[in-house]
Ligand binder design. Structure first.
Ligand code: NOJ
Length: 736
């Protein structure tokens, strides 16, 4: 520890000495912390050679690459002039050593910006984003992102590749776990919350990091749920579904964006001038930069756009992609492309300006080094664990609770069964940063801590997550027979979701379903606890289980939260931010689809229901909420007038609880067809038993009733609109 601190002090001293040794008058403007950032950039740019500029537009890696999908040529001897590094370590010292090289061995002493995938926690791992969305609590998500930012920045990371805000309609796609579900508005709200949580008000603060909205854009529209593949997205759908969360994230101040891997109807996201330059930079005025996804520039060759890496560099850069992550296309070919006149110096300057702007905003020129602290000071702090526990509680969704089986009250003997019961690792989910298995309490231990004194417990694994070994069934059945209630913990391995983790079916492996069928023979009530990174096909399990609790991949503190819900210490309040299909064959299925040309029983499946098993917004509580009449301030409004709507909600049960009200609008007839309903606002409030609260929605007519056309232009048409809350519909007439 002492040695590390000494090295840090020496680095600091080194910088100070270098600065003071020079004649004060000759200190270049870009090193003057008091000068305006844009002037500092002008000054620095004027001193840079083309080679130095090009290096700012490249990102390599430092440390042990911990991601199997990040396949690429590692640069062992990193040049001091490199613009950015992905930092795969938690030790500030490794960063500081490299940064020292940049500060002292490069001609101009430009600091490196260190990035990393801090997705749902750095070391204190909290629920996956899909789970977070089901909390409908953006304030809490903001706090969680602030925890992640603190742990990351104090470990040497300045910039996170998060949030992912790809609206997902296909749960076969493994990355559905990483976003905030199927709705554009919801993704936008959580985009803003996480950007605020990561960045705060001051990027130079020692506990904040720069955010990166990804993957820009349309990556989630992957055909048949396969990763990296072609996406067919009409201009209308681009503007209706995929761009809106990005616009909100940009407005919230997101420092950077990551270009997507996917081919967007013939023009890959990483070579797309329309999305990166026309929309993002010109129309939305984003002044940060766009980094490619890993190797995405080079992938233009695989996608059949560029025949060489050099051509790929030209396509990407001319489209507005500022930084190349690990394709080695910009570092190898950019200089040549400028010399050949294929790229102008003005373009280079513009991209370098964007990169430098972030470095200045992060305060890296003044504070290039990370103070050396020990892990205890940074990680798993009590206040951080508290945020993780609350977010886990609120993200869990009680899908079914037949005959009010839950909370567990009288039952004195609990059988805890299943491959997820004593499995901490899979609770962390994909992209779990520097999370460690040992940090996560197992579901069994969580139950033991919760019920240990009140009830007897028996455990049997029953089966593995997959395979066909049924040898554990007998022991599991015996435990079930002994018990008053069976808690069966099933689910997915963490590797089954995330990048490159597509699945052809969203059902659990057959062995897990068979285990439940076996347990059913005991005739005891069954509570199914599900650990997953996506909605699952539950139709066969649903009929066999009395209660179902979806806990997602809840992170380090999920077990205690799950057990608290089962015991009734916590009243569940999560609601689905994504539809649970009845079966995989229904995919894509999502609530805000457009209307069909035929009604009634035409155009529906002939073999199964066409309804989802659990719709968007579904989630049960241990108390009941009764909605009063939805009341608008007017039923006829003119353009530019104000409109607000209210509804009183009463907790008519005997327990305290929380309710989220979702406000939808519908435009039954419009000059372009519109979705059946669209979420425009939501709010979650806490209730005491018996309490009544008022929920309020201020409608902005342009924003909420209006629509965008295929060029992203907004229109508001006169006519009839509907405001929808639960099963109530209020008609509003908009007159000219
Ligand atoms: C590829 C993933 O698509 C992206 O989300 C991630 O940020 C980069 N790799 C860096 O790890």
């Amino acid at each position: 520890m002492k040695k590390r601190a000494l090295i840090y002090m020496l680095c600091l001293l080194g910088t100070l000495c270098t600065l003071s040794a020079k004649d004060k008058k000759s200190t270049p403007l870009y090193k003057d912390a008091k000068a305006p950032i844009e002037r500092r950039i002008d000054d620095l740019l004027s001193r840079m050679t083309l080679e130095e500029k090009v290096m700012q537009l490249n990102q390599y890696t430092l440390g042990q690459n911990n991601n199997v999908n990040n396949i690429g040529e590692e640069v062992k001897n990193i040049p001091a002039e490199i613009g950015s590094l992905i930092y795969f370590d938690v030790d500030p010292e490794l960063r500081n050593g490299m940064q020292k090289k940049a500060m002292e061995e490069s001609r101009l002493g430009i600091p490196i910006v260190f990035g990393y995938d801090v997705i749902h926690g750095f070391r204190t791992v909290y629920p996956i984003s899909l789970g977070q969305a089901c909390s409908w609590n953006p304030g809490l998500v903001e706090q969680a992102c602030a925890v992640a930012a603190q742990e990351a920045r104090m470990s040497g990371v300045d910039w996170t590749f998060s949030p992912m805000i790809d609206v997902a309609h296909d749960p076969r796609w493994g990355r559905v776990a990483e976003g905030y579900g199927e709705d554009p508005y919801t993704n936008g709200v959580f985009a803003a919350a996480s950007v605020h949580g990561y960045q705060g008000d001051d990027l130079s603060a020692k506990d904040r990091v720069a955010a990166c909205l990804k993957h820009y854009v349309g990556y989630s529209a992957s055909e048949a749920g396969r990763d990296y593949v072609y996406t067919e997205i009409s201009q209308q759908t681009l503007w209706d579904t995929y761009l809106p969360p990005y616009e909100v994230g940009v407005k919230a101040g997101a420092a950077t964006l990551m270009s997507s891997f996917n081919d967007i109807s013939g023009v890959p996201g990483s070579a797309n001038h329309y999305t990166m330059t026309e929309v993002l930079k010109n129309r939305w005025g984003h002044d940060g930069f766009v980094v490619s996804d890993w190797g995405a520039v080079k992938q233009l060759e695989n996608q059949g756009l560029a025949s060489t890496k050099k051509e790929a560099a030209r396509y990407s850069f001319n489209a507005g992609l500022d930084m190349d992550m690990m394709s080695h296309a910009y570092d190898s070919h950019m200089k040549e492309l400028v010399e050949e006149g294929k790229i102008t110096m003005a373009q280079i300057d513009e991209s370098v300006r964007r990169v430098l702007r972030l470095k200045f905003r992060l305060g890296l020129f003044e504070q290039p080094y990370t103070p050396v602290t020990n892990e205890k000071e940074r990680f798993l702090r009590p206040q951080s664990m508290e945020v993780a526990v609350r977010l886990a509680e609120e993200s869990m969704v009680l899908l079914k609770n037949e005959n009010q089986l839950l909370p567990v009250a009288r039952q004195k003997r609990i059988a805890v069964i299943g491959p997820m019961a004593k499995n901490g690792a899979d609770l962390l989910g994909s992209w779990c940063g520097h999370g460690q298995d040992k940090d996560a309490e197992t579901l069994y231990d969580g139950l033991l801590a919760e019920f240990g004194k009140k009830a007897g417990m028996r455990y049997a694994e029953g089966c593995k997550v997959e395979g066909d070994d049924r040898s554990g069934f007998a022991e599991a059945l015996a435990a079930a027979q002994w018990s008053d209630i069976v808690v069966v913990c099933l689910g997915e391995k963490k590797e089954w979701s995330g990048e490159n983790a597509s699945r052809s079916t969203i059902a659990l492996p057959q062995i897990q379903e068979e285990l439940v069928t076996e347990l059913k023979k005991a005739g005891k009530p069954i509570v199914l606890v599900l650990v997953s990174g996506r909605p699952l096909e539950l139709n066969r399990l649903e009929s066999q289980c009395d209660a179902i609790l979806e806990i997602w991949q809840p992170g380090v503190n999920g077990a205690r939260s799950m057990a608290g819900i089962l015991s009734g210490r916590i009243n569940p309040s999560g609601k689905l931010a994504i539809t649970f299909p009845y079966s995989t064959g229904q995919i894509p299925i999502y609530y805000n689809r457009r209307k069909s040309g035929r009604r009634g029983n035409q155009g529906i499946y002939q073999d199964i229901t066409s309804e989802p098993l659990y719709p968007f917004g579904h989630g049960l509580s241990y108390t009941e909420f009764k909605y009063g009449t939805v009341t608008p301030s007017a039923t006829r409004v003119k353009r530019g007038e104000k409109l607000s709507v209210e509804v009183n909600v009463t907790n008519t049960g005997t327990r305290d609880g929380a309710e989220t009200v979702h406000w939808f609008i519908a435009d039954p007839y419009c000059s372009i067809t519109r979705p059946m309903k669209e979420l425009k606002y939501f709010e979650k409030q806490q209730f005491k038993a018996g309490e009544t609260k008022t929920f309020h929605f201020d409608v902005d007519l342009e924003r909420d009733f209006g629509f965008v056309n295929k060029n992203g232009e907004r229109f508001l048409e006169a006519g009839e609109y509907e405001i929808i809350v639960k099963d109530q519909k209020v008609k509003i007439e908009l007159v000219e």
